[in-house]
Design a protein around this ligand. Structure first.
Ligand SMILES: NC(=O)c1ccc[n+]([C@@H]2O[C@H](COP(=O)([O-])OP(=O)(O)OC[C@H]3O[C@@H](n4cnc5c(N)ncnc54)[C@H](O)[C@@H]3O)[C@@H](O)[C@H]2O)c1
Length: 420
């Protein structure tokens, strides 16, 4: 099943034409809607003279409406000119649209995420987006509801929406792929079975990314659990996309840690620097305050070590379970929000600030190369670098080894789905 606003062939060119129409007609929302309707019908090829004629008519209708308005309210002429100039400038400043795929788009996290992407919260107000949403066949109806609400929001930056249950359609030409959808653990399911089931999903999606996505410029952020190992599988099945462009999300764990530290220290979350998560997005992760500071003071001098080891670290590790116990459902708003943070940082950079992401290890800190391991990272120019050279205590080294061992055992369990 496949539904979308416009035929895929026209989608690529539509944004530029949409902008042309908006520009030519003064950029009003009516022009936007009319132009979209003309292309949405796609009764003609958008590069033909017929299309040019349709645009011309659209523009002249807009101009006639504006002229009629000015005849009635001549005192508004200066204001109308000013608005037209602002629109023209805004359009001149716009970036080309980005194609963003979201899998599991009608799930809990999808619902917390998609509207914020469309609103400009990730790529900013100057970058229009085309959302390419993937769901299972049985969830397409619910996805249709998500699309209806997207339309109802009338987001100016949302150029188009593609709904599909086929990964290669969802990933066509994408700049960003946010892999959220995954098989949940059901009653009686062993951890090994869950790993294998998800390994199959992420292996298929990796292959689809390899054939359909933009390629070297595509960035893939994995949220679906077990996120680190799913990222490894997707990456290994998508050799055309550099492994460097894949990551698994530990930003939620990072944000959880910051939230708890800020509460304890009675400060703002942005006052704390150099906090980091190491390892797996699981209960073996190592939330590490040993390099963190508040207004230049080491956190280790402000916090009781017993509280850090016995309360803080387990609380961050077990936060997901605590949310389920309290809410009766797993974290969704915070996961969606953290994915927004992680994607925005990938796109714009962190300006020197340290954050956490599970990236393909090059052996930093003695971790086996090739594992997707959460490190302290800095983003710049759509690329990350691991912060190296941090001294590690014996306790830290033990924590690192434990989480690395878990990642190795996950990798070994899915070895047959990992092309060499
Ligand atoms: N990395 C993190 O920090 C983090 C945090 C929270 C949740 N998660 C994980 O994110 C995933 C999604 O969580 P959720 O709460 O949105 O779950 P959910 O069950 O509400 O939604 C998942 C959606 O994915 C869809 N789906 C399943 N398999 C799919 C496939 N092969 N292709 C496309 N869609 C598919 C389902 O139909 C469903 O709509 C889970 O695996 C969860 O454990 C990760």
């Amino acid at each position: 099943m496949l539904t979308r606003f416009t035929k895929i062939a026209t989608v690529r060119r539509a944004p530029q034409l949409l902008q042309t129409a908006r520009f030519a007609s003064g950029g009003s929302r009516t022009a936007f809607t009319n132009a979209r309707d003309i292309w949405g019908g796609s009764q003609f090829d958008i590069t033909t003279p017929a299309e040019a004629q349709a645009l011309k008519e659209l523009v002249s209708t807009q101009q006639a409406t504006q002229a009629a308005f000015l005849k009635k309210f001549p005192q508004s002429a200066v204001e109308v000119q000013r608005i037209n100039a602002v629109h023209a400038q805004a359009l001149a400043d716009q970036n080309p649209p980005l194609r963003v795929a979201v899998t599991g788009a009608s799930g809990q996290i999808g619902y917390a995420l998609i509207y914020r992407i469309a609103s400009g919260a990730v790529f900013g107000p100057k970058t229009p987006v085309i959302l390419q949403l993937l769901e299972l066949p049985q969830a397409m109806n619910s996805l249709k509801g998500v699309e209806m609400e997207l339309r109802d929001c009338a987001f100016p930056n949302l150029v188009d929406v593609v709904l599909t249950d086929k990964p290669e359609v969802a990933f066509e030409g994408v700049d960003y792929a946010l892999l959220v959808g995954a098989q949940p653990r059901t009653k009686g399911m062993e951890r090994g079975d869950l790993l294998l089931k998800n390994a199959e999903i992420f292996s298929a999606q990796g292959k689809a990314l390899n054939t359909a996505a933009k390629g070297r410029d595509t960035h893939v952020l994995v949220v679906g659990n077990p996120a680190n190992t799913n990222a490894l599988i997707a990456s290994r099945n998508a050799p055309k996309i550099p492994a460097h462009n894949f990551s698994a999300m530990t930003r939620l764990d990072h944000n959880r840690g910051l939230g708890q530290l800020a509460e304890k220290l009675n400060c703002g979350v942005t006052d704390i620097h150099n906090f980091m998560i190491w390892g797996n997005h699981s209960a073996t992760q190592f939330p590490d305050i040993s390099h963190a500071s508040l207004h230049g003071k080491p956190l280790s001098s402000l916090l009781d070590n017993d509280w850090v080891v016995k309360t803080f670290i387990p609380a961050v590790q077990q936060r997901g379970a605590a949310i389920i116990a309290a809410r009766g459902a797993s974290s969704a708003a915070s996961a969606g929000s953290s994915l927004i943070d992680a994607t925005r940082d990938t796109h714009f950079g962190t300006f020197g600030e340290v954050t956490s992401a599970a990236v393909c290890s090059n052996g930093e800190y003695g971790v086996e190369a090739g594992l997707f391991f959460s490190y302290p990272v800095i983003y710049a120019n759509k690329s990350w670098s691991v912060v190296t050279g941090l001294p590690q205590s014996e306790f830290a080294q033990q924590m690192m080894k434990a989480t690395e061992a878990e990642l190795k055992s996950e990798r070994d369990a899915v070895a047959k789905l990992l092309p060499k």
